[in-house]
Design a protein around this ligand. Structure first.
Ligand code: SAM
Length: 436
């Protein structure tokens, strides 16, 4: 039987829109659209696409896995009704995020993953963690209903791969860190934008973040001043980059040819300076992959970040440095920034870049920027999601190719782009610049 609209008086949805603040549509959209699949006509074609992968697709190949996943998402979207999608967005996903964060902070996922991941009653978990089982029961029921832990009985659960992975700080710490130091900015963004008359946010001291958190600090300053948010953020950065194609791989960027081959051989020559390099995960990877490469590897970040490093390859030098000030390492083979410029609007990026350009040696030094390039069409959801974080948290943006060219080649910097290396939509490209 076809789903029926409840509570409508005329079947055209007018009753549901009583007192609405959104502009009227003429003629009004009928409520029945919200109760039928989003795109039932697309279902046969999507299913055909899925079956073309065969019974045992080789999902260990990332391209195959991602293509199949995209089809599976298409299928879910096509089958869901608009009403179900709305409930998922407004209740289920924020509720799941809230429940996971609370359980993460309590240590629930660590208990679940211990002793071989045997099924446990909520009362047992609550007793181990010395916490209230009533709330825990409800939190875990929703996480299980969303499929992220396994229900094995009445208020009894076992871990999944996902919930086990949450016990690794670089995977799990993003939850409390963003819950405590970021998402308020997303919630308040619509309110901020309405007050700002929808002008593009570009003010790093009075943008959506400062409005939401009632602060003058930027997100980095706020998180570092409200520990453990800062430490959790550093871990989150380490988690974000896991399992993604890396520019240091030979099928991405020719490191030997473009960096190492013509390296100066004096003892204090610097090979790679990672500016805003967080805990040093990129330089560690570089050191592992090019163990024989000559030259210093230098990690720069704010003192609060550098001081928090617990383990680092001894080959990597730690250096406190604020990139808004003069770059102390002169004439390095390459200055490298990963996910740094996207945190800042163009005027601030230019001032950071000026400090680097002033330290670069003409005809020798390179500037390597590892960032997303948003394509004109078909942008990847992870990159657009990051763009939403940039606008709400930093009054900044993920950039298109044109945005990058305009920024990096702006005349006052004296830089030129000499090459852009990209391997996959949704994975950061490597942009190489030199002095003009
Ligand atoms: C988005 S994170 C990227 C970290 C790292 N490059 C990565 O890809 O994982 C931005 C980094 O910029 C650092 N940062 C922010 N303001 C800075 C400043 N004024 N000087 C130096 N580093 C800064 C932050 O501490 C943080 O580690």
């Amino acid at each position: 039987m076809a789903p029926q609209a409840n509570g409508t008086t005329n079947g055209n949805g007018a009753d549901e829109n009583n007192g609405s603040t959104v502009p009227e549509v003429n003629p009004p959209v009928d409520i029945s659209i919200a109760l039928h699949p989003n795109d039932s006509n697309a279902v046969p074609e999507i299913l055909k696409g899925i079956s073309s992968f065969g019974d045992a697709p080789s999902i260990d190949k990332d391209q195959t896995r991602l293509a199949l996943l995209a089809k599976a998402r298409d299928l879910v979207r096509a089958l869901e009704t608009p009403r179900e999608t709305m409930i998922k967005h407004c209740w289920a996903q924020p509720g799941c995020y809230t429940a996971i964060t609370s359980c993460y902070n309590l240590g629930v996922f660590s208990v679940l993953a211990s002793d071989g991941g045997k099924p446990r009653k909520v009362t047992e978990i609550a007793s181990i963690l010395q916490t209230n089982s009533e709330v825990l029961t409800r939190l875990m029921k929703h996480i299980a209903a969303m499929g992220y832990i396994k229900e094995t009985g009445n208020d009894e659960y076992a871990p999944t791969s996902f919930s086990k992975a949450l016990t690794i700080p670089i995977i799990g710490d993003g939850y409390p860190c963003l819950a405590g130091g970021a998402h308020e900015s997303c919630s308040k963004f619509p309110e901020y934008m309405a007050k700002a008359n929808y002008a593009t946010p570009t003010d790093v001291q009075a943008g959506p973040y400062q409005y939401a958190f009632n602060t003058k600090m930027n997100m980095f300053e706020y998180m570092q001043a409200h520990q453990p948010l800062g430490k959790q953020f550093n871990h989150h950065m380490g988690g974000y980059r896991q399992g993604r194609p890396s520019w240091m791989d030979s099928d991405f960027y020719p490191v030997e040819d473009r960096l190492i081959k013509d390296m100066e051989n004096s003892s204090d020559a610097a090979l790679l300076v990672d500016v805003g390099g967080s805990l040093g995960h990129d330089l560690q990877e570089f050191g592992r992959k090019y163990a024989q490469a000559p030259g210093r590897l230098i990690l720069q970040d704010l003192p609060v970040v550098i001081d928090a490093i617990q383990q680092l390859d001894p080959k990597i030098e730690r250096m406190n440095h604020d990139f808004h000030t003069e770059q102390p390492v002169k004439g390095a083979r390459a200055y490298y920034m990963h996910s740094v410029l996207h945190d800042w609007p163009d005027n601030v990026c230019k001032s950071i870049l000026k400090q680097l350009a002033a330290a670069m040696k003409p005809g020798y030094s390179k500037l390597l920027i590892n960032e997303n390039i948003i394509p004109d069409t078909g942008a990847d959801w992870q990159a657009t999601a990051l763009d939403m974080m940039m606008i709400t948290l930093f009054s900044s943006k993920e950039r298109t190719r044109l945005n990058w060219c305009e920024l990096l080649e702006s005349p006052e910097l004296g830089l030129k782009i000499v090459g852009i290396w990209s391997v996959q939509n949704g994975v950061e490209s490597l942009i190489e610049c030199e002095l003009k």
